[in-house]
Design a protein around this ligand. Structure first.
Ligand code: GDD
Ligand code: MN
Length: 369
């Protein structure tokens, strides 16, 4: 007979290249969760440093650890969702695998949930001594602005909707799982926006630590990811987060294009308007590529010299987009003679084309280093 109690808490740990950190985290969980029936579930996206092998090695000796190795699938939110969906425990926690979150607050979070006082406990980063926070000042500002904005759109007053550290009653996520987005990083914000009203939330403070081993996969630009999530929800889930980001980058590209064109014409440095237009086009395409590479398709991004081949591929795809755009617009214009309907429809089809081909062709099947 099995003398081990079934876990009432699963601690989900998404990992990408955290081989050195996983054994340390497991030891720390053993120490702080000694009084609970718990398990740790590592969800690894086939990290090249062998994180999954390390986890499987530990799991072979201790049933409190499980590992899910995902292949050809990338992304933090999706990994977290899969981990949660593999659990049968009453409560699930999500914690980063890089030791930046303080696992010592897990018992307090668990106590709030098991006592029935709350459905969700959020780990909230606090600043202990100024200058000794794990967050850079820029990141702190972005995070505060995000919380304010989140409250405006959702009505939910949580101080850190972008936290990657929380504990929740598993049934809640089970119910909304089909509506959660696996793209992006903001899994907690997504859960909050999808959850039925009346969720009882407690916030548990902790001090965000500096990363010791490995490197961060996110950047301050992930704030754009958060905006993508908000628009995705505002469209009742019709627009995918990635499309929202792609379109936003495209809008920014238009601004870049027109500003450069204006400056070039003013400077009269080039021989003709066509030359000005060509340079502005190339500049806008390059900036679109770089921003999409950094934000929209971050998990799949090109690095080093391969950025050049990515840019060429992107330019090729976009030039087809331009041809399709002009074709559709001219055809519609012949038909109804309303210039803005034709122009808008052409641009829309162009963006959708560029997005679809960028997603499935330019950035697909790649993994950032
Ligand atoms: N499985 C999987 N797949 N795990 C991933 C992936 C991925 O594509 N990308 C990152 N991770 C894992 C990392 O290995 C780490 O354990 C955790 O997710 C967080 O990634 P970091 O790269 O350390 O993120 P961060 O420290 O910059 O960001 C933290 O703060 C953000 C708020 O500012 C995270 O907690 C975010 O979730 C949070 O939104
Ligand atoms: Mn981190």
């Amino acid at each position: 007979m099995n003398d081990r109690a079934a876990p009432i808490l699963s601690v989900i740990v998404p990992t990408y290249r955290e081989a050195a950190n996983v054994p340390v985290l497991f030891e720390r969980l053993k120490a702080v969760l000694a009084d609970l029936a718990w398990e740790m579930i590592v969800v690894d996206d086939d990290s090249p440093d062998g994180t999954a092998d390390i986890a499987f090695g530990l799991a072979a000796r201790d049933p409190r650890l499980r590992c899910i190795r995902r292949v050809k699938r990338l992304g933090l939110a999706g990994a977290v969702i899969e981990g949660i969906l593999s659990s049968s425990a009453e409560f699930v926690a999500v914690i980063d695998g890089d030791l930046q979150h303080d696992e010592a607050i897990l018992p307090a979070m668990a106590a709030a949930l098991t006592a029935g006082a709350a459905d969700l406990a959020i780990g909230v980063r606090v600043d202990k001594q100024a200058g000794e926070r794990g967050l850079s000042p820029t990141r702190q500002k972005l995070s505060d602005a995000g919380a304010w904005f989140f409250k405006r759109v959702s009505g939910l007053s949580v101080s850190d909707p972008m936290s990657g550290f929380f504990m929740i009653r598993r049934a809640i996520v089970g119910e909304i799982a089909p509506r959660l987005s696996s793209d992006g990083f903001k899994i907690l914000a997504d859960i909050l926006l999808c959850a039925p009203p009346g969720l009882r939330i407690v916030e548990t403070p902790y001090v965000f630590r500096k990363r010791r081993a490995g490197e961060s996969k996110l950047s301050p630009l992930v704030a754009m990811d958060f905006l993508g999530l908000i628009v995705h929800h505002a469209s009742a889930g019709i627009l995918p987060i990635r499309f929202v980001l792609f379109a936003a980058v495209g809008g920014l590209g238009l601004v870049v294009h027109l500003s450069i064109l204006k400056a070039l014409i003013a400077a009269a440095a080039l021989p003709s308007f066509s030359a000005d237009q060509l340079v502005a086009t190339i500049a806008a395409m390059t900036s679109n590529f770089l921003l999409n590479n950094e934000v929209t398709y971050r998990e799949y991004r090109y690095r080093g010299w391969s950025i050049l081949s990515g840019l060429l591929l992107f330019a090729l795809v976009c030039s087809v987009g331009v041809v399709v755009n002009i074709d559709i617009a001219s055809w519609l214009f012949d038909f109804d003679h309303i210039w803005w309907v034709a122009g808008f429809a052409g641009a829309l089809v162009g963006v959708v084309w560029n997005y679809a081909v960028s997603t499935s062709f330019v950035w697909r099947g790649r993994r950032s280093g």
